[in-house]
Design a protein around this ligand. Structure first.
Ligand SMILES: Cc1ncc(COP(=O)(O)O)c(C=O)c1O
Length: 367
């Protein structure tokens, strides 16, 4: 790696423009234009609070590194979604999902969502701001740090345990049980709700294009496919020449692979992503979740920047893609969160040893 200067994310974000209140109102109007039915009373109050939460946002920072890959220096921009009010890309998704159910929010309403962590944290903090109870349905893979954050934000945490590897199927069954027992429960359904990709089409995508005017390729990880599906719709409409690369991990079925063991939360899924069609990406890269975790540890050692697990996978995928594509010199990786959620897993030496991650050796692409 050459000529690298790592700006602390907080310092970098100070130069980024805030989203003005007018933009916040405009974004909310474009979102709510897709609603079936009008919003009044409690739902209308929620919408006006959502406008304020959007106005709190600043564009998340892009930190650019020069990395020598296959003998050639490349510029890799990392867009740090962890530098945002709820500290992950899922803050934007949470705002949109809540906006989508405002016509149904009345007195006594309770929000329910199945989550691998970040969406739950954002929903919990947002619901607490809005004065709405929230139930997060999680599985036993949820990192302890995220469970603490969920409880700290006042969420009810329901663990969908049971046999078998498919935590998602168990979580969805639990959500359905909760909703059929309580008519006031509202499931925001990140897996099927079109407001998931919509917010990334209207907000995250245009923000990326403004910050990376000369990027040649964009790397985005997949779980529900909301981020990739939405951002790619913006790219297709506004800059069709930009290459979009979807990233998944081995053992995930999100991009059509075969189910198997994996160690990262946030990226991958036990079933194909419903928010994607064949046109959503130009290429895909599937890396092992172990290599994603190892990439996180190596990157922090090399640069001081601690990325979240899915970001490590996205970076590993980008490095591999760059090695095979010498003409690509400027790329951007969307990094959904930072190291804080993974202190007990990826960044814990005992955990890393148990997983067989070898510490200290730089990957060939970084030499
Ligand atoms: C850390 C992390 N990375 C990536 C993703 C994938 O995002 P999407 O569900 O939009 O595909 C998520 C989603 O929860 C996440 O928490």
């Amino acid at each position: 790696m050459t000529g690298t200067r790592v700006s602390p994310p907080d310092a970098a974000s100070r130069d980024e423009p805030a989203v003005s209140t007018t933009d916040a109102e405009g974004l909310l109007l474009r979102l709510t234009a897709q609603l079936d039915g009008g919003t009044s009373g409690r739902g209308a109050q929620v919408l006006s609070l959502l406008t304020r939460r959007i106005a709190d946002y600043r564009a998340t920072p892009v930190v650019t590194f020069k990395v020598r890959v296959a003998g050639k220096v490349r510029n890799i921009g990392l867009k740090l979604e962890g530098v945002s009010p709820w500290r992950s890309v899922k803050g934007r998704t949470a705002i949109s999902l809540v906006a989508s159910v405002t016509p149904r929010i009345g007195d006594g309403a309770r929000l329910v969502e199945s989550t691998s962590g970040n969406l739950g944290v954002a929903m919990a903090e947002l619901a607490s701001d809005l004065g709405l109870p929230f139930t997060a349905v999680v599985d036993d893979k949820l990192p302890a740090a995220m469970r603490r954050r969920l409880r700290g934000a006042g969420a009810e945490v329901v663990v969908a345990d049971g046999d078998g590897d498919d935590g998602l199927a168990r979580r969805l069954e639990t959500v359905r049980r909760i909703c059929s027992a309580d008519p006031a429960a509202i499931w925001t359904d990140q897996y099927e709700n079109p407001f998931n990709p919509l917010v990334h089409e209207l907000w995250t995508g245009p923000e990326i294009l403004a910050q990376a005017p000369d990027a040649q390729a964009l790397f985005i990880g997949v779980s529900t496919g909301g981020t990739l599906g939405g951002v790619s719709r913006a790219v297709r409409a506004l800059r069709p020449g930009l290459k979009v690369v979807g990233v998944d991990v081995e053992g995930s079925r999100a991009l059509g692979g075969r189910a198997g063991p994996r160690i990262l939360t946030g990226i991958g899924a036990g079933r194909p992503a419903r928010h994607l069609d064949g046109a959503a990406y130009d290429a895909s890269e599937v890396v092992s979740s172990w290599s994603g975790a190892r990439q996180c540890r190596e990157w922090r050692g090399l640069t001081g920047l601690g990325l979240g697990g899915s970001s490590g996978a996205v970076l590993a995928a980008a490095l591999r893609h760059l090695a095979a594509h010498p003409k690509l010199t400027r790329v951007l990786c969307l990094c959904p969160d930072l190291a804080e959620n993974y202190a007990d897993t990826i960044y814990d030496d005992d955990w890393a040893r148990e997983q067989g991650l070898v510490a200290g050796a730089a990957s060939p692409a970084l030499r």
